[in-house]
Design a protein around this ligand. Structure first.
Ligand code: HEM
Ligand code: HEM
Length: 150
């Protein structure tokens, strides 16, 4: 039972990488070529997938807490997983924030301002990856060593 959450979350993290790939593909479309409308399609996929995966990360976070309490008999949630629970909550927050930042890219009228929001969108993603890496490492530590003592 305690392996369900880690496996589910690893699939979701792979999907987050795929969201990044869709964004990069959208950027690479040549707007003067006949395939220009591909960009709109890729961005729609990018948006749909980011909303879906973020919702599933929330479900997975609740699942992690449930397994911890019910099957690993830990009552003190977030405090006995080497920061893993906090990292997961921060990751969820970053994904939610980036959905809003992504949608804000086109809002300013000046190109320079749009470029700034876009860079922020990318940096937020790289920061999410760093937090995700910590969540994987701390998750493996919980699996190998068991919950931390208080
Ligand atoms: C999207 C990333 C993830 C989120 C949001 C997340 C969230 C959580 C949360 C909130 C808990 C409860 C811990 C506590 O309350 O102290 C938990 C437990 C746990 N997580 Fe994660 N987690 C994520 C990814 C992973 C990964 C990648 C692994 C392993 C490689 C993992 C392994 C575990 C383990 C072993 C537990 C203890 C309970 C169980 O076995 O299900 N998690 N997780
Ligand atoms: C480095 C990784 C990423 C790249 C390269 C990328 C790229 C892009 C691009 C080029 C746009 C279109 C901006 C425009 O309208 O001109 C966009 C929009 C958007 N992005 Fe990302 N993105 C990345 C990560 C993410 C992540 C992690 C999320 C959310 C979890 C996300 C959610 C969105 C959303 C919701 C939009 C708005 C789409 C729309 O309204 O059409 N992106 N992204």
């Amino acid at each position: 039972m305690q392996y369900i959450h880690p496996l589910f979350m690893l699939v979701l993290l792979a999907a987050v990488i795929h969201i990044h790939r869709l964004g990069k593909q959208a950027l690479a479309v040549n707007l003067k070529s006949p395939e220009a409308d591909q960009q709109e399609f890729l961005l729609q996929q990018h948006k749909k997938l980011s909303t879906l995966i973020t919702a599933l990360v929330f479900v997975g976070l609740l699942g992690g807490v449930m397994v911890l309490v019910k099957f690993l008999q830990v009552q003190e949630i977030f405090l006995r997983s080497y920061g893993h629970g906090f990292a997961g909550a921060i990751l969820l927050g970053l994904l939610i924030a980036n959905i809003y930042v992504g949608q804000a890219i086109k809002k300013p009228r000046k190109q320079k301002a749009q470029d700034n929001v876009k860079s922020f969108h990318f940096y937020l993603f790289y920061f999410s990856l760093a937090v995700a890496l910590y969540s994987v490492i701390s998750g493996i530590v919980v699996l190998v060593k068991g919950p931390a003592s208080l």
